[in-house]
Ligand binder design. Structure first.
Ligand code: ADP
Length: 483
């Protein structure tokens, strides 16, 4: 894939409106996961650059918070337009560093624009309250104010769209932001610096740095100036950031790991369930926190579901994201594929059977075959651990209560999917599944208009929906007396 002429392929960081290299001059090499070839190098920044970004964001906050919601909305809409005008170039960059099929990359970039638009609109509706007072001479008011400087740490699986979910509400609310994208996919993150610059975002309002994650993360968490951390990534790192944020009592938003169940009842429309299953399992090669991790299928429909799922999975074309007809790219790196191999090995050793796939793909690198595993049981590791790869384990169940108990038997609680035509059962599932998101007869449900976020160890806070801006606002109560 040619990198020639992609204006968004920037090899510098963006702090206080200036493009910079790391103080040390050191860089991190970024590879294309489909070929293993180096794409280029980005700055390997650390504590000193982070502290400068924090100072810039704190300084910029003084004036940014005083702009009107309309001015901020107009700037966000400008960014939205720029993203759409450059959708193809941004999608090419994304596929090059992340590996996903180009159609998925285009959709992700489209989603990035949609989040900006949503928060540009929501920012204009941050209303306060006038509260009926119990004292005749006193008036009670509730105001909402931006929390201040925000830090965002984002992952490699959606390197473009995880940023506007945080940048959008932050800027709309009047906050300034420091963004640290994943070192595996930094270009789609750094691109936001260029988009902000072109849209006329004032210097210091958006800052982006790449480099040593633990030292950048620590500097952000320990800073008094940073009032909020918004993180999307693993539960392991989320816990580190929560602990590090305790000393300065920051607001936190955490979008962490998942272990999504996908329950198919005997009364489901099987073709709808199969279409949903493919989308919910194999999108982004299974590397999303809402990807199905466990299929629970009722005994009466089990055999036909397994047959159809196996056929549909076998027909998926694997390859480089830009090749025609490819629906599954590579996994992000060697560690990812090694984990998937390990989980498949564990299941097979405990008696599960592979009906299609099961190992590395002939494309080499980190390509893994789309895989279906049947006769899965709760003792197998993938019943508790996130697979984050293109492997679909299918478990059989008899009774509704049994499915609910198995589905909830996890420390995670992000997304759950249910396929049934029975209305009463749909309602029981909505209420009984301990998850932040539930799809009934739908396998892909995230959208800017709705609140996205998990319960239990899947996280804290919501992104999207009218709720998505609340975490970027402080509520202030003002009493006016002596009337
Ligand atoms: P994943 O398993 O999806 O790669 P990670 O949680 O490892 O998720 O990474 C998500 C983001 O967290 C990335 O930007 C990564 O650089 C960052 N990260 C990893 N370790 C730390 C850390 N100790 N402190 C702060 N950020 C970290």
């Amino acid at each position: 894939m040619s990198t020639n002429g992609n204006q968004f392929l920037r090899e510098e960081n963006y702090i206080n409106g200036v493009w910079i290299a790391a103080d040390s001059g050191k860089t991190i090499t970024v590879d294309n996961p489909a070929t293993g070839a180096a794409i280029g190098n980005v700055p390997d920044c650390s504590t000193a650059e982070t502290e400068r970004a924090i100072s810039a964001a704190a300084e910029a906050f003084k004036s940014w918070r005083k702009t009107t919601a309309l001015e901020r909305a107009n700037i966000l809409l400008k960014m939205h337009d720029l993203v759409l005008e450059n959708q193809e170039e941004l999608a090419q960059l994304l596929t090059m560093e992340q590996g996903k099929p180009i159609a998925e990359a285009r959709a992700e970039v489209g989603g990035s624009a949609a989040y900006l638009r949503w928060f540009a609109e929501e920012g204009r509706r941050v209303y306060g309250d006038l509260v009926p007072s119990p004292i005749p001479t006193r008036r009670l008011m509730v105001m909402k104010e931006p929390v201040g400087v925000v830090a965002a740490i984002t992952p490699w699986n959606f390197p473009s769209s995880m940023i506007p979910r945080k940048l959008g509400p932050a800027l709309a609310a009047g906050c300034t932001i420091i963004i640290k994208p994943s070192e595996f996919t930094p270009y789609s993150g750094i691109a936001w610096g260029l988009i902000a610059e072109k849209a006329g975002v004032p210097a210091g309002v958006v800052n982006i740095l790449t480099g040593d994650a633990p030292s950048i993360g620590k500097a952000l968490c320990e800073s008094e100036e940073v009032r909020k951390i918004s993180f999307t990534g693993s539960t392991r790192v989320g816990k580190i950031l929560l602990a590090q944020s305790a000393d300065t009592v920051k607001k936190v938003s955490m979008e962490l790991g998942g272990n999504a169940p996908f329950i198919v009842f005997d009364d489901a429309d099987i073709d709808t369930a199969i279409a949903g299953a493919i989308a919910a399992k194999f999108r982004n090669a299974g590397q999303t926190c809402v990807c199905t991790n466990r299929f629970y299928v009722q005994a009466g429909i089990y055999d036909s579901f397994v047959k159809k799922l196996t056929e549909a999975t076998a027909s998926m074309k694997v390859g480089e994201g830009n090749e025609d007809g490819v629906v599954q790219g590579p996994l992000i790196n060697e560690a990812a594929i090694a984990k998937v191999e390990e989980l498949v090995g564990d299941a097979v050793q405990r008696g599960a059977k592979v009906t299609v796939g099961g190992g590395r793909h002939e494309c080499g690198q980190t390509f893994f075959q789309p895989t279906v595993i049947v006769d899965a049981t709760q003792e197998m590791r993938f019943s508790k651990e996130e697979i984050f790869g293109p492997v679909a384990p299918v478990f059989k169940f008899e009774k509704e209560e049994e499915a609910v108990a198995m589905a909830n038997d996890t420390v995670f609680g992000l997304a759950a999917y249910v396929y049934t035509q029975n209305l009463g059962r749909s309602w029981r599932m909505m209420e009984d599944l301990k998850y932040g998101l539930v799809g009934i007869n739908e396998g892909v449900i995230a959208t800017p208009e709705a609140p996205f976020g998990g319960v239990k160890q899947s996280g804290l806070g919501k992104e999207g929906g009218h709720q998505g801006i609340d975490d970027y606002l402080d509520v202030k109560y003002v009493a006016v007396g002596g009337l």
